[in-house]
Design a protein. Structure first.
Length: 435
C-alpha cells in the first residue's frame, strides 16, 4: 500500500491516480530567458484552463509549474465535479443582488459544460460520468436539503434535482447511514489527474509553452513588462496570471492572506469486482454527505471504492491515515471489512473565509488571479480560466461580478490563524455529532 501525503522530490505522490495514469508526460524546465504575452503561474487545472483559453484566442502563453503538472490538488482530489459554489447562493444575493446571483448560478452550470466539452474536443479519456447524490445524515440535514431544493426551483429555475426518500436513496447508495437526499444528474465524477494531463496536452497543442520544475521565485512588476523569475530562467510578459491556489506562499502575500490551505484525504480499496462495486453504488454516482466534516466517495473505472474525507488545518495528516480513513468508510459500508486498502494519500486545497471563489486583478490590472475554489475546483477552474481569458482579451464583465464578492483576510496572521481554525473545526465536529 502506498501512503504518501507529500514528497520532498518533485514527483507525483503515490496515489491511485498516479498509478493508473500510464506514462505521465514530462515537460522541460525553464533554463533561459523568454518572452510571452501572458505568463501563467501554476500547472494545475486553473492555470491550464487559463492557458488553453488564452492560446485559443491567439495569445502567446508561457506556463510555469513549480513541480509536475497536476502535482497538487488538481491531481489528488476526490474527482467530484459539482455545480454551484461552496458558499451557497445566499451570500451572492446579499453581495451582488438577485440578477447577478442568477448569472453566477448559470455560470456554474457552464463550468460543467466546459468539462464535458473539453473531454469531447480533446479526446480526454478521464472516466467522466454524471450523476451525484447529496445525502442527508440526519433529519435536520434533510430539512435543509428540502429547503435548498425548493429555493433552486423557485429562485433559480433549476428543476433537474430529484428528491430521494430513504428507500429511494438506498436504491442509489446501499447503506443505512442516511435518511434521504437529493440526486443531481448534472454533477458527477472523473479521474482528476487524467483530466489535468489531458488539458496540459491540449494547451501545448494549442501553442502554450509549458515548463515543469520551474517554480516562480519572484515577480517584478516595476517595469513596463512584468518579469517572472525562476531558479534558472525568467519570463518577460505583458501580463501575469497567478493560478497557485494553496501553494502561492510568499510569491504574492496579498493573495496568501485571503486563503487557508486545508488538508483532505482519500483512500482507494482493492478492486471489488463489478458486481460487488455496483451493489454499493448501482448507478455509479458520486456521493457527498451533509456533515461539516463530510465523507465523499465514488467508484473508479476499475471498480475500486475511492473514499475521501477528514480535514486538517494543522498541515499534518491523521495518524495512521489508511486505518483512520478505513474506519470512516466502514461506518458507511460495513460489508467492506474484508477488503484491503491499496492506496492512501492526501493534499491541500485552498478555502476562503466565506468559501466564495476569489478572482480578481493586481498591479493596476496587469496581473490576474483565481483562488479559493473551496472544494469545487474541478469544474470551477474551467470557468475561472475562461473568465480571466475574457478579461485579458478586453471583456471583463464577468470578472467584475466576481470582483464584487467580499473577501477578508483570515484572522490571526501567519502564526495564529491555523490554531484558530483548528479550534473552530472542533466546534463543527461536535455539531456533526448532534442529532
Amino acid at each position: 500500500m502506498s501512503s504518501l501525503f507529500a514528497c520532498a522530490h518533485q514527483d507525483h505522490v503515490g496515489s491511485f491516480y498516479a498509478a493508473s495514469c500510464g506514462d505521465i508526460p514530462v515537460w522541460p524546465a525553464l533554463t533561459a530567458e523568454t518572452r510571452a504575452d501572458v505568463c501563467v503561474i501554476g500547472g494545475g487545472l486553473a492555470g491550464l484552463s487559463t492557458a488553453l483559453e488564452l492560446a485559443r484566442r491567439g495569445h502567446e502563453v508561457v506556463l510555469l509549474e513549480g513541480s509536475r503538472v497536476g502535482w497538487a490538488a488538481s491531481g489528488r482530489n476526490g474527482g467530484q465535479i459539482i455545480n454551484g459554489y461552496a458558499c451557497g447562493l445566499d451570500l451572492f444575493e446579499s453581495a451582488v443582488g438577485q440578477a447577478d446571483s442568477e448569472r453566477l448560478w448559470q455560470w456554474s452550470l457552464e463550468a460543467m459544460d466546459i468539462v464535458r466539452e473539453r473531454c469531447e474536443q480533446h479526446a480526454i479519456d478521464c472516466d467522466l460520468h454524471f450523476g451525484y447524490v447529496h445525502a442527508a445524515n440526519k433529519p435536520r440535514h434533510l430539512d435543509a436539503l428540502a429547503t435548498w431544493m425548493r429555493d433552486m426551483d423557485a429562485r433559480y429555475g433549476y428543476r433537474a434535482l430529484e428528491w430521494l426518500d430513504r428507500p429511494a436513496l438506498q436504491r442509489r447508495v446501499d447503506t443505512g447511514r442516511y435518511v434521504g437526499g437529493v440526486f443531481d444528474p448534472h454533477s458527477g465524477h472523473l479521474h482528476p489527474l487524467k483530466y489535468t494531463l489531458g488539458l496540459a496536452r491540449a494547451a501545448v497543442a494549442a501553442g502554450v509553452r509549458l515548463y515543469e520544475n520551474s517554480a516562480a521565485t519572484r515577480v517584478d512588476s516595476s517595469g513596463e513588462r512584468i518579469v517572472i523569475h525562476t531558479a534558472a530562467g525568467r519570463v518577460s510578459a505583458e501580463r501575469v496570471v497567478f493560478a497557485c491556489n494553496a501553494l502561492v506562499g510568499g510569491l504574492e502575500p496579498s493573495l496568501k492572506r485571503k486563503i487557508m490551505p486545508v488538508g483532505t484525504y482519500v483512500i482507494a480499496t482493492a478492486p471489488l469486482g463489478e458486481a460487488r462495486a455496483r451493489s454499493l453504488l448501482p448507478a455509479n454516482d458520486a456521493v457527498c454527505d451533509s456533515n461539516f466534516v463530510l465523507d465523499y466517495y465514488r467508484l473508479s473505472a476499475d471498480q475500486r471504492l475511492l473514499f475521501g474525507g477528514k480535514v486538517s488545518y494543522s498541515g499534518h495528516p491523521p495518524r495512521d491515515l489508511a486505518g483512520s480513513m478505513r474506519a470512516d468508510m466502514l461506518k458507511v459500508f460495513p460489508g467492506l471489512a474484508d477488503v484491503g486498502i491499496d492506496y492512501a494519500w492526501g493534499g491541500f486545497c485552498d478555502i476562503t473565509l466565506n468559501r466564495a471563489p476569489h478572482f480578481g486583478r493586481l498591479y493596476g490590472g496587469r496581473a490576474f488571479f483565481m483562488q479559493g475554489f473551496s472544494g469545487h475546483g474541478v469544474a470551477l477552474t474551467g470557468l475561472a480560466g475562461r473568465v480571466v481569458a475574457e478579461a485579458i482579451d478586453g471583456d471583463d464583465q464577468r470578472l467584475k461580478v466576481f470582483e464584487r464578492l467580499p473577501h477578508r483576510d483570515f484572522p490571526g496572521g501567519s502564526l495564529l490563524r491555523a490554531p484558530a481554525l483548528v479550534a473552530a473545526m472542533s466546534y463543527f465536529r461536535l455539531r456533526d455529532l448532534m442529532p
